[in-house]
Design a protein around this ligand. Structure first.
Ligand code: 5GP
Length: 160
């Protein structure tokens, strides 16, 4: 959990103190009372994740939204790396690809299908496009809510 991208409550709770259900319940209730919601529980702490993408989903900051459904949102990247650069983001909180659970395959699959559908409706599917998902430092991930980059609109050169 990267502190700059979210916060855990309490910040330094030992595993011992939440070893009982009463302890866990107290932590979750206090976090709910304090923040109004929790996004997940990691390492015996209630985690509130609030990336810039969560704020876009919640309409707390503006974005050029090109698609949205109950599962995901898609909007233009603020710093485009190609003539078309759209980000597809699930509404469920998943900080990195390492956090995707086996039962969440559909969430990742929906991002790919939404990107391909967007390419078709925008008319560049036949010309082609690239999708990219970055993970952690070496992958260059800067926003810790998983997202799929769709890049298109010009020949993108060889990659990989
Ligand atoms: P990552 O580097 O994590 O794979 O991709 C994050 C992307 O989010 C970057 O391409 C960056 O330009 C984009 N981004 C960061 N902040 C904002 C924002 O506030 N609005 C939009 N639309 N895109 C953002």
């Amino acid at each position: 959990v990267k502190p700059e991208n979210g916060c855990t409550w309490p910040p330094a709770m030992s595993a011992d103190s939440v070893a009982t259900w009463e302890g866990a319940e107290r932590i979750i209730q206090t976090a709910l009372d304090t923040f109004g919601r929790i996004d997940c529980v990691v390492n015996n702490a209630a985690v509130l994740r609030d990336t810039i993408f969560h704020k876009i989903i919640a309409r707390q900051i503006p974005a050029n939204i090109v698609y949205e459904d109950e599962h995901l949102i898609a909007f233009r990247d603020i710093s485009p790396q190609a003539p078309v650069h759209v980000l597809f983001v699930p509404k469920v909180t998943i900080p990195t690809l390492n956090d995707v659970q086996p039962g969440q395959a559909e969430i990742v699959g929906r991002l790919v299908i939404a990107a391909a559908d967007y390419a078709k409706t925008q008319g560049f599917a036949e010309d082609g496009y690239r999708i990219v998902m970055n993970c952690n430092d070496h992958g260059g991930q800067t926003v810790f809510q998983i997202h799929l980059h769709l890049l298109a609109g010009a020949p993108l050169g060889r990659f990989g």
